[in-house]
Design a protein around this ligand. Structure first.
Ligand SMILES: C[S@@+](CC[C@H](N)C(=O)[O-])C[C@H]1O[C@@H](n2cnc3c(N)ncnc32)[C@H](O)[C@@H]1O
Length: 471
């Protein structure tokens, strides 16, 4: 059965004109909604769901699908829309909170971290993937979300949909941006513009107080450093003062040694003060770039006075033991929680996303033999893979960087420290510092990718606090 408004209307033999009246919209509006030319806003979806007595999620999904397959003809002009669909904000942004516009927003780990300070509020997000857009919208009710290729979206459309951004956040994928195109300058509507250039143009157009660009550390060495240098040169054209560091999430309270390059720009050309880590992480676990470009408490004595970085088991040991292929919806109540676990669990009473991959008998055999790196396996058990594949996480250390495939043991070190299975999506979310109440929307495999691709919220919070302290 189809759940779009037109199909539901025809099934009930209701005239278009009459339905339009019941949904408080004009017949013309209903016509274009029914044909999928625009995504109905939340009010219309709610009224239609109530009218037809169907779930709003089914209606939303049907209209999203309709938008992608809209037929041409019958007098309609089919221009390529700027976005595949738009999810309107569900609440009015608070006037007293500086607005964040998050380009390449993903599920919003970065924005969520900023919101955790209680100071900032996301008012707009853009992402290419529908599941990311829905998850972002669900967790950032004051944000309008555009789903589609950002390069089709005009800066004017963004500007019209949000209060003036105070902070522009962005994690633009940098594929395609190479230093090989010489003499680049920031020019709008250049068809050769890359996603990074879109971000830089948005900074120039919106003039936020601050911009924050997040990326992988590999960008520093790409093309022997030329790519990053070209990017900094382009960003400098905006007139902002710019500074950057490599931050390790484990040094800011995330149970994961995930390093990210953070570039910050100030419109008022303030000198940015990077704050020292809040947790101690042994030098052994920092990459070369992390050692060289990270803010650090200067004296080793002070460093060691910090609480140690949060370990894997301190983050997940309150979750019930389950075997491969099993799931559980109940928290283990008899286990005393660590402070981190209390923070993550909050007031949730029902456990979600704690379902383990059903491994094949062959994989279970590998897992049973697995140690902290691949060389722990008896010879011949696996044929290929890096040294950290088919390996267990160390229980007493923060996790290694989570990948987008952490429910499969062939991925980087993602077997549970003491149970014979890969991590569950819930365990992955904990290691990324998403509280249990953060809702992920999509299929299980989409959700795993959503979690693995995100900026850990507590890392976002640390960056947000650095900015807030300078306002
Ligand atoms: C590293 S992720 C962002 C993570 C996000 N900052 C977070 O904290 O959850 C990069 C995102 O860019 C999105 N993306 C890639 N190409 C895009 C495009 N052309 N237009 C819009 N979004 C795009 C991807 O779908 C992905 O979600």
């Amino acid at each position: 059965m189809a759940y779009d408004i037109r199909s539901l209307r025809l099934a009930k033999k209701i005239r278009q004109h009459d339905l339009a009246q019941s949904l408080h919209m004009s017949p013309h509006e209903l016509k274009i909604v029914e044909r999928g030319f625009i995504m109905p806003n939340t009010d219309i979806l709610e009224r239609a769901a109530q009218f037809f007595q169907v779930s709003i999620d089914l209606l939303t999904a049907a209209h999203y699908q309709l938008g992608r397959t809209t037929p041409a003809g019958e007098g309609y002009v089919t221009a390529i829309p700027e976005a595949d669909f738009v999810l309107p904000r569900r609440s009015v942004p608070a006037l007293d909170k500086p607005a964040i516009v998050d380009l390449f927003c993903g599920v919003g780990g970065f924005s969520h971290g900023f919101e955790l300070t209680g100071y900032f509020q996301a008012t707009l997000g853009v992402d290419l993937l529908p599941d990311r857009a829905h998850t972002f919208a669900h967790n950032h009710q004051a944000a309008t979300v555009f789903c589609g290729d950002i390069q089709r979206l005009s800066l004017e459309t963004i500007a019209a949909a949000t209060p003036m951004p105070y902070i522009l956040l962005g994690s633009p994928p940098c594929q395609g941006f190479s230093s090989l195109r010489p003499f680049r300058t920031l020019r709008e509507k250049d068809p050769r513009n890359t996603l990074f250039e879109y971000f830089a143009l948005a900074v120039a157009a919106f003039q936020p107080e601050w911009f924050v660009l997040e990326n992988v550390v590999g960008l520093l060495t790409h093309e022997k450093g030329k790519t990053f240098k070209t990017m900094l040169d382009l960003l400098a054209e905006t007139g902002y003062s710019i500074d950057w560091r490599v931050l390790n999430a484990a040094a800011y309270g995330v149970p994961q040694r995930r390093e990210r390059l953070i570039v910050i720009g100030s419109r008022q050309r303030r000198t940015f003060v990077w704050q020292d880590p809040t947790h101690y992480l042994d030098e052994r676990f920092r990459s070369m770039a992390g050692k060289k470009y990270a803010p650090m408490t200067s004296l080793p004595l002070f460093r060691q006075a910090l609480p140690p970085a949060i370990s894997v088991m301190e983050a997940i040991h309150d979750l019930p033991d389950i075997a491969a292929g099993e799931m559980s919806h109940r928290y283990a109540d008899d286990i005393p929680m660590t402070d981190y676990e209390k923070r993550m669990r909050g007031t949730e009473t029902q456990l979600t996303l704690h379902d383990a991959t059903a491994h094949t008998p062959n994989m279970l055999n590998i897992i049973r033999h697995a140690g902290y790196n691949r060389s722990a396996l008896p010879p011949g058990l696996t044929t290929s893979g890096f040294s950290t594949t088919y390996s267990r996480l160390e229980p007493d250390l923060p996790a290694v960087t989570l990948t987008v495939n952490f429910v499969h043991p062939a991925s980087n070190k993602c077997i549970h420290p003491c149970q014979d299975r890969a991590l569950t999506p819930r365990e992955g979310a904990r290691l990324q510092s998403f509280e249990d109440k953060y809702q992920f929307i999509g299929t299980r495999s989409q959700i795993v990718k959503q979690i693995g691709n995100a900026v850990p919220p507590l890392l976002g919070k640390a960056v947000a606090e650095m900015i807030a302290s300078q306002i």
